[in-house]
Structure formats: C-alpha cells, structure tokens
Design a protein around this ligand. Structure first.
Ligand code: PGA
Length: 249
C-alpha cells in the first residue's frame, strides 16, 4: 500500500501563537489513517510549538524549512541541524526553490545541507524543479538530474531510501498553475529511475506547486505521486485537514 505524505510548508507565516491555534484546530479534526503521514514545516520560531503538540507521533511530525550545514558557529540568522533537532524537528526541507532562486543557494550548498541533515539523524526533503524557460526549452529532465546529482553525489541506496524528494516546478509554485498529474508523473518516473540506478527502492517522491483542495484528488490518483508539498493551501487549518483527508485511490 502506498503511504501518502502530505507536507505543509508554511514559509514565512504563522508565528508561535498562530501555530498553537492552528494545531488546536487541526488536531481536533484530523482523523489518523494507516495510509498517510502529515508533516509540518513551520518557520523556525514556531518549530518547538508545533513539535511539542505532535508529541512524538509517527504519522505527524515537524521539520525545519532550511538548515545550515555547520553544526554550530558564527552564522547569524541561520539554524543548524542540532538546533532544529533540539526544537523537535525530525526532517528538513533542503533546496526549496525560494532558497535557490531568492536566496541564491547553490547546488553545492544543497549537497552540504543534505549530508548535515543525514548526519544529524533527520530526514532530508530535497526539493528539485525547473524554471519556466527551462521547461519551455525542453531542459526539465536535465535540470532535475543535475540537481539530484549535485545534492546526492556518492550516496548509496540505503541512504537514498531514507530521503524524500519533492518535485516542485518553479513555474507552478504560488502561481495557481499546477503541473498536470501526467506532467508530474513523467518527471517522477525519471527521478525514480535515477534513484533506482543507485540502488534506492523506497524513496518517496512528492509533487509541489499550487496544490489545493480542487486538484488534490486528481494529483494523488496518479500512482507515481507519493504525496504533495503544499504552501498556500496549508495555511488554513480547516482547509488543510480536508486536503490531507482526500481519498487515495
Ligand atoms: P504553493 O507552494 O503550494 O503555494 O504553490 C509550494 C511550495 O513552495 O512548497
């Protein structure tokens, strides 16, 4: 049975008080199910609040939106894997498109961060995806392969099986224009093939980019998708509870 992963990327929204109120609503109405996990990526200031509310459950967990690759030091404004772990994080987003394209994070940075997250015992959720011009010029698969190769260089199947990949085409993030399930599936197949060539069999591959209540059913009906990474539509706890309760086929 496919175990679907619904990941909420709150970005720069929901401070500790709002996160507390959100979790009250979510935990009151969420019905656990054996075929799904729900992961929350709050801003760093709300991580401890969210993690404390989830209380070590296996189907629900909290993660960091970004981490520095060094475990400690003079890096003003950054948080390390051990700091995130102390706040309760069990996963971390790495290489989100906004980190890459707004903050100028390089492929080499993502590689260092993936390693740091693994060494700290957290699950990396590596985000990859092409820009609109790259898609239009037919470079989608080449871009995704380059991002995978750079971030996961030298990793064996055992390590790769413990990571999550989020395919998020940049043109679909926050634009209201999602990839079709077929377009996403074509890229997911390539990612699965790439991982399989390196011995991985179990890595989960999510789709992200303008996922919402209207399109979630058709997206998870596509068997190539192991789940979704959701920004805007994860910010309202009532809508999010409905979204994660979608029937899987
Ligand atoms: P969106 O963002 O759902 O608002 O498009 C997705 C993401 O950036 O992870």
């Amino acid at each position: 049975m496919r175990r679907l992963l619904f990941a909420a990327n709150w970005k720069m929204h929901l401070g500790p008080a709002d996160a507390q109120a959100y979790m009250d609503v979510f935990l009151r109405s969420f019905q656990p199910a054996p075929d799904r996990d729900v992961w929350f990526f709050p801003p760093a200031v709300s991580l401890a609040t969210v993690a404390a509310r989830l209380n070590g459950r296996n189907d629900l967990l909290a993660g960091a939106q970004d981490v520095h690759w060094e475990p400690k030091g003079a890096f003003t404004g950054a948080i390390s894997v051990p700091l995130a772990a102390q706040a309760g994080a069990r996963a971390a987003l790495i290489g989100h498109s906004e980190r890459r394209h707004v903050f100028g994070e390089s492929d080499a940075d993502t590689a260092r961060k993936v390693r740091a997250v693994q060494e700290g015992g957290l699950v990396p959720v590596l985000c990859v995806g092409e820009k609109l011009a790259e898609r239009e010029s037919g470079a989608t698969l080449a871009v995704v392969q380059r991002q995978l190769a750079a971030a996961l260089d030298g990793q064996d199947g055992t390590r790769l099986d413990r990571i999550v990949i989020a395919y998020e085409p940049v043109w679909a993030i926050g634009t209201g224009r999602n990839a079709t399930p077929q377009d996403a599936a074509a890229v997911h197949r390539e990612i699965r093939r790439w991982l399989g060539q390196r011995g991985a069999k179990a890595a989960r591959i999510l789709y992200g980019g303008s996922v919402n209540l209207k399109n979630i059913a058709e997206l998870v009906a596509e068997p190539e998708l192991d789940g979704v990474l959701v920004g805007g539509a994860s910010l309202d706890p009532v809508g999010w509870t409905q979204l994660v309760s979608v029937a899987a086929s």
